[in-house]
Design a binder for this molecule. Structure first.
Ligand code: 0PR
Length: 391
């Protein structure tokens, strides 16, 4: 660090050069991310309220009340407005909280286990590592759907939780939440649904008339849901969300910090200092867009998804892994050859995609920043490369 402060203009120039290597959402290159450019109004509000700290909610009673109001509104969207919850740094923290709650509610189990589909996000592996849980991974069928028989066979007396995913990381698929719910009905097993991605897609898809199976609190045994504003909620990073049906869980499993300036409070989030700005910004997003605004955004993403599906169907050598149910498209090879070379060549051409080796697929996420012309350019390059590689 230099002795004297530098001039702002000089620093900004320096900074711009250093950040030149970053990709931007509007360039069209980012086709494999579940994040996107936040709404302008969200950025503005976030900046305005950047110093709000919900790590000490007694100092920010207005912001804390806003968070509760927002949780209630989201509960309504997810089939039960009498929920509690907390906004988090993202889906990983939310899933970690869920696993901790599940484990602590069953302190009678010596070696607790969690049954998760193998397609669940890596955050469950992290949570298992941190919390000393054993993950029992459920196989997928050939159509990438969860094998329910295998799911059932992994549930035993050590099971403290089961997980379903509403919008898988790799393909955007919705696990059979209702059926998983039936497997644990009447048992003392916590059912968590990870809708980090799908949470702010599915309620709108349903309103748009798409077929959406039950995935939320309308399934009786669902105990909690992860849903992230900083994915399809168009919120600012960081903002994840964790929502719980039974409010008594906070009393049973929450942490209490007695010494805070604003007074003690009970919470189950992992971080201490907790940004209020993204939460206020998300409250504004819901007010600003309303259901119809979200419907419009999701509709555009789905139209673009269908466009890409059409373009892929015209390219010989590659195919869809499955018909997309959300704005996530998995591309694999027709003859089962590895997608590695294809992904590498696309990356060389500056297309930033997801690569899932276990499923041999390339993932395109059709986020709001992905435009028709980006997909058209992508399809042209894709076809060229597929031909060149003789797939
Ligand atoms: N649950 C699901 C179903 C997810 O897909 C993800 C992340 C998480 C939980 C964890 O969320 P956080 O990343 O907020 O903790 N899904 C994306 C993925 O792994 C995250 C991502 C986002 C990756 C942007 C790349 C990227 O550019 O694919």
């Amino acid at each position: 660090m230099q002795e004297e402060g530098l001039e702002k203009r000089f620093i900004l120039n320096l900074l711009e050069k250093k950040l030149e290597k970053d990709f931007s959402y509007d360039s069209g290159a980012i086709l494999g991310s579940m994040c996107t450019e936040p709404l302008d109004v969200a950025k503005e509000i976030y900046l305005k309220y950047i110093s709000k700290n919900l790590g000490d909610p007694g100092l920010f009673l207005g912001t804390a009340a806003l968070e509760d109001e927002l949780i209630c509104e989201i509960g309504e969207l997810f089939g039960n407005k009498n929920i509690i919850g907390t906004f988090t740094t993202g889906g990983s923290e939310a899933n970690l909280i869920a696993m901790r709650i599940a484990r602590n509610l069953r302190s009678d189990i010596k070696n607790p286990e969690v049954v998760v589909p193998v397609s669940a996000h890596i955050s469950f592996d992290k949570a298992a590592d941190l919390l000393n849980l054993r993950l029992r991974k459920v196989k997928l069928l050939d159509n990438y759907k969860v094998d329910l028989n295998h799911f059932e066979s992994l549930i035993n007396k050590n099971t403290c939780a089961v997980v379903g995913v509403a919008g898988t990381t790799s393909l955007g698929l919705i696990d059979p939440v209702e059926e998983i719910g039936n497997l644990v009905e009447g048992k003392d097993i916590f059912f968590h649904v990870d809708a980090a991605f799908g949470g702010f897609v599915l309620p709108f898809l349903k309103r748009l008339g798409y077929q959406v199976p039950l995935w939320d609190f309308s399934v009786k045994s669902v105990g909690s849901i992860t849903a992230d504003p900083h994915k399809m909620g168009l919120g600012v990073i960081p903002s994840g969300g964790y929502f719980v049906k039974d409010a008594s869980i906070l009393q049973k499993t929450g942490f209490e910090i007695p010494y805070l300036a604003g007074g003690p409070f009970k919470h189950f989030h992992i971080v201490g200092t907790r940004p209020g700005g993204p939460i206020i910004a998300f409250w504004v997003i819901l007010k600003y867009l309303g259901i119809n605004g979200f419907n419009e955004i999701v509709k555009k993403c789905m139209d673009n998804t269908e466009y890409l599906v059409q373009r892929i169907s015209e390219i010989r050598g590659i195919k869809l892994a499955v018909d997309p149910v959300m704005n996530v498209v998995g591309i694999t090879t027709e003859n089962g050859v590895s997608i590695c070379e294809l992904e590498k060549a696309l990356r060389n051409d500056n297309w930033m995609l997801g690569k899932f080796l276990d499923l041999n697929l390339i993932r395109v996420v059709i986020m709001p920043h992905v435009k028709r012309e980006h997909l058209s350019n992508f399809a042209v390059d894709l076809e060229k490369i597929v031909k060149k590689l003789k797939l």
